[in-house]
Write a protein that binds this ligand. Structure first.
Ligand SMILES: [Zn+2]
Length: 276
């Protein structure tokens, strides 16, 4: 296990390369190499800011915060059954990011930051790195609410690694065989499930909020069962804001490339977007 933690950055870069390669041969939607190159440069810069500056401090904060309550329930449980405490802690962390994601679509202030992620019109594994640094930061605050219950440190570290790997997988532009997707969707957030979440149509955007497992979407009624190759237009509709679901009229709008907000795909524009 120590090997994975010490080399987590190299492993993560390896996973990005693996999915980029898969997307070349088993793609869901065809994207030109020119588009990919342009995206790679700007998303890499954003990932360096969020992944190299915000995330390590966030993880250190979580590790420290997990120890502040001496008689926390999971700490007491871990003295009797460490594995059970770690599994419960992991599931609660997964639940906290599900809640954080739903809040990002419900509260206009949080949506301003999450919108940076949703304006991507060419979904692929790099989209999993396209988060505003401030959004990466507030996701850690949601996780801290769970961590204070005494989540064992290895569970925190494994969760951070797994959620990043799953995000690469479910954003990836990889076509899974339909039969496999039909089975997997009840357990895991597959690319098809998450791509519906990025459909500019509000009815779809308000579904499939999970990161790793489908359990929270199934329990809370946000699971989107649609199957088949999605003919989707990703992004955010112009004028009517599809993320917050504030306007009922948006549900009746026909989504076309022409009524989706243009995406600047530039690092400086990404960082400024929420403040405009
Ligand atoms: Zn979202």
């Amino acid at each position: 296990m120590g090997f994975f933690f010490e080399n987590k950055l190299i492993i993560f870069i390896g996973l990005v390369c693996f999915f980029l390669l898969l997307e070349q041969f088993f793609y869901l939607n065809k994207v030109s190499l020119k588009e990919k190159k342009k995206k790679f440069i700007h998303i890499s810069l954003l990932a360096i800011i969020s992944g190299s500056l915000v995330s390590p401090f966030g993880v250190l904060f979580l590790v420290w915060f997990s120890g502040v309550w001496e008689q926390s329930p999971l700490r007491v449980l871990s003295s009797h059954n460490y594995v059970l405490a770690a599994i419960i802690g992991w599931l609660l962390l997964e639940f906290s990011v599900y809640v954080a994601h739903r809040c990002a679509h419900s509260f206009p202030l949080l949506w301003k930051f999450h919108r940076v992620h949703h304006r991507d019109q060419n979904l692929d594994c790099l989209s999993a790195l396209r988060f505003h640094p401030i959004e990466v930061g507030y996701f850690f605050l949601f996780k801290a609410v769970v961590v204070v219950l005494g989540v064992p440190v290895p569970a925190i570290l494994i969760f951070e690694m797994s959620v990043g790997s799953f995000a690469l997988f479910n954003h990836s532009n990889v076509k899974l065989p339909q039969k496999l997707d039909r089975i997997l969707k009840w357990v895991l957030i597959t690319p098809n499930r998450h791509h519906y979440h990025h459909h500019a149509l509000d009815g779809d955007t308000q579904t499939n909020f999970g990161f790793c497992f489908s359990i929270w979407d199934i329990i809370f009624g946000t699971f989107n069962k649609k199957t088949g190759k999605p003919e989707l237009h990703y992004g955010v509709l112009e004028k009517v804001d599809s993320g917050t679901g504030e306007k009922d009229s948006v549900k009746t709008v026909t989504v076309q490339k022409s009524n989706i907000e243009k995406d600047p795909i530039h690092i400086v524009e990404f960082l400024r977007m929420p403040f405009k």
